[in-house]
Design a protein. Sequence first.
Length: 163
Amino acid sequence: MSKQITGNYTYDVYDSVESLNKADKVLLDKAKEVLKTAYAPYSNFNVGAAVLLEDGTVITGNNQENAAYPSGICAERVAFFYASSQHPTKKIIAVAVSAKTKNMLINVPVPPCGACRQAMAEFEIKFESPIRIIMSGESGEVFISPSVSNLLPLLFSAKNLGK
């Protein structure tokens, strides 16, 4: 016998960056600024991320590509891993993510990839606190998720390893 389990996720939709509160706008602006220096010569898809720590510190990161594609790393993981290495005891409160490409206008929010969601979930679990995710394109709507687990409901965690 089987059963079906249905889940939902929720996120807030804002008309534009201008609709955000000041703190979220500042964090998203930092993500948009750092995407300009992403190293993306193969995809031309620049992504920027800005992570807000509990003490107000902001850590930024951008995607770093490599000719051997699996060797590159996404903006979110650059920022999260730097935050963890330099501020290992500080809780991550939020992350803003934005993207831009030469190939087209990105006017829809760009969510983190699955690998980044899994990596970010580790920090949500570590600090036992949700991490808000602010997502945007170059223009248009902005999505805000209240947590990583909201976007990754069946995440892999230490519990799966028997810990």
